[in-house]
Every structure is written in C-alpha cells, then in structure tokens.
Design a protein around this ligand. Structure first.
Ligand code: SF4
Length: 325
C-alpha cells in the first residue's frame, strides 16, 4: 500500500547572515537520512525511537505535510511527493493523521460536532442531514455519547481521553484507508492509554485501516504493531516483528532501548546495555555508523564506513557491521 524510498529531509538551520558569511556554508539539521520501508494493506508498522530520531518528521513527510529534500512516497501507485495541490487535497480523504496532543490538535472555539464534521465540509461529502448522521455514527464508534448535548461541548469541557477520541473521530470521518498515528496515546494516563489502543485496534478491523504507528515507547508496539522499524538519528537501524526484536534484538541501539523497558518479571534476566553519552545533534552527524560514538561494540571500521542494510531473515533487517563479516 505504501512504499517509502530513499527519503531524506534536511532543515536549514537559521543562523545570522554574518555567521553564514564567516563560516562560508549553510548548516542543516539532518532529520531523516535516506530511509526506505513499505507497509502492506491492513498492516501496522511501528516506527520506534527516542525523541529527535526523526520519526515524527517521517510521519509528516509520508503525508506530505512537509516537503522532502529528496526521495519518494508511493501510496497505491501514486507518488505523493509529485502530486499537484488539487490531487493532494483529494487524496487527504484517504490518508489522515492522529496527532499526539489533542488539546493542540482541536480548535478551542469549535464545538465537538463541528470539529468532527469539518473534514466532510472540506471534501463536500454528503448533504447536511447525512453529515450530521455520519458524525453521530462516528461518535458512537469511538465510544463517545452520540447526543446533541455532546455535540455542543467545547474541547476544554472534555477529559484527555475524550478529546483524543474526538481527534480519532475527526481523522476517520472521511473513511480513510491509511492513518499515521503520531504518539497518539503518549499524553494519556496508562489506564486510558490501553482503552485507546483497544479502540484503535477495533477501528482498524471495522474500517480495514493500515496504520503507521509512531511511538517512543517500544512496549506499546506489542499490542498494535505487526512490524517494527527502529530509528536512530534519522536512519532505520533494525526492522522485524515485535517478538523477534523484543526477544532477540540485533542492533546495539535496539538492545539499549529494550533494556530500558521495565521488566515486571524479576526472574527474567535482560542484558543491560546503556549507551555512552547523549544522542549527538543532527546538525553534525557522526561519520560511518551514526551510533558509533555511543556503541559498546564499536570497531575501527564503524568510525568510517556506513553499515549496509543486512537481511537476517525474510522479516528482519539490521544496519550494523557486527552482522557484515
Ligand atoms: Fe556499533 Fe559498529 Fe554496529 Fe554501529 S556498526 S552499531 S558502531 S557495532
């Protein structure tokens, strides 16, 4: 359904004219560095990494909310990066996003009913009565009250969980087929988080959705993702299923991420791997393997040679010289 190929996004760093003149070159934040992946229809791909790993930028590039520096995003045989404005506007019915912060995502002056109906107005779907009925139907599908009283409430009058359900209802009202969920449950309490994950799974079945599920929390991917891609400094360092990656992580960065997940079973021993130092800034990327300044397994060639993507099995890949012998 979706094929991302050699996607790159570099943001120019805002510096004073004098500084640029003195250094002689413009600087860039290398947010996404030549990544490729694909998602099959009905699948959920989890994009996992710390903040600053480039996963949110990737989600926005996939929907072309921002323009890529280079690379392509092909959705059902259409290259999204090459579409004109009108074709892109029409396609937005089919591809949607659920944002992390429901309070910021909702207009504080727009009532719930109007907010959920808004995409139908934009795309000219249905008449007034049909739109009203579609909103009622969608509210009940996301387990909100389909009543005129609830219709008239403002976002500030709702709990965090209710607000995120409204955001989900608004994203799904045009019956999209592909949804980017960007840290969709990260800001909610743990108990509400599991309800929302259950809801997203239920809606996936009902509407035959395909998700790109962006999260910093590897444990969350267990419940919802068929496949995981681990990101570090704008590159994908490992892919595989949750079971494969969680039980036997291959990349040292993935090992570190997993060792940071609290283990409820005290008898289960996990290798503790704490990487050295901090994540380097994305303006001056390390040479060779981007993880080499922090990697406990670093070898000489890691400093100079970028590791190739190595296929470990039909379902797994890793970018690390440890597997390239
Ligand atoms: Fe560590 Fe080298 Fe593998 Fe990079 S390529 S993760 S530095 S062992």
């Amino acid at each position: 359904m979706l094929e991302v190929k050699n996607l790159v996004k570099h943001f120019p760093v805002r510096e004073s004219f004098v500084k640029t003149l003195l250094t002689g070159k413009k600087k860039f934040v290398h947010a996404v560095n030549n990544i490729s992946f694909n998602i099959k229809e009905g699948q959920t791909l989890g994009l996992v990494g710390e903040s600053g790993s480039g996963k949110t930028t990737t989600g926005r590039l996939v929907l072309r909310l921002i323009e890529p520096t280079s690379g392509s995003v092909v959705y059902r045989k259409k290259d999204i990066t090459a579409l004109d404005r009108e074709s892109l506007r029409k396609l937005r019915k089919e591809i949607q996003i659920i944002f992390q912060d429901p309070l910021a995502a909702l207009n504080p002056y727009m009532k719930v009913g109007d907010a959920v109906r808004h995409p139908l107005d934009i795309h000219g779907i249905g008449n007034k009565k049909e739109r009203h009925d579609m909103v009622l139907d969608m509210l009940s599908r996301v387990n909100l009250e389909p009543t005129s009283d609830f219709f008239k409430r403002y976002p500030r009058e709702l709990s965090g969980g209710q607000r995120q359900r409204v955001v989900i209802a608004r994203a799904l009202i045009t019956r999209p087929k592909f949804v980017v969920a960007d840290e969709a449950v990260a800001m909610l309490d743990v108990s509400v988080r599991s309800q929302l994950l259950d809801l997203m799974l239920k809606l996936k079945e009902e509407f035959n959705l395909t998700y790109l599920f962006i999260t910093h929390d590897l444990a969350t991917t267990k419940y919802i993702c068929d496949k995981i891609a681990v990101m570090y400094l704008g590159t994908i360092v490992e892919t595989g299923s949750f079971e494969e990656i969680y039980k036997e992580p291959a990349h040292p960065y993935t090992k570190a991420l997993i060792s940071a997940v609290p283990e409820p079973d005290p008898d289960l021993k996990k290798e503790k791997l704490i990487p050295k130092g901090e994540v380097p800034n994305a303006v001056e990327l390390p040479s060779g393997c981007f993880f080499h300044p922090r990697c406990p397994y670093m070898m000489d060639k890691c400093k100079t040679e970028e590791p190739p993507e190595i296929k470990l099995s039909e379902t797994r890949t890793v970018k690390c010289h440890l597997f390239n012998r």
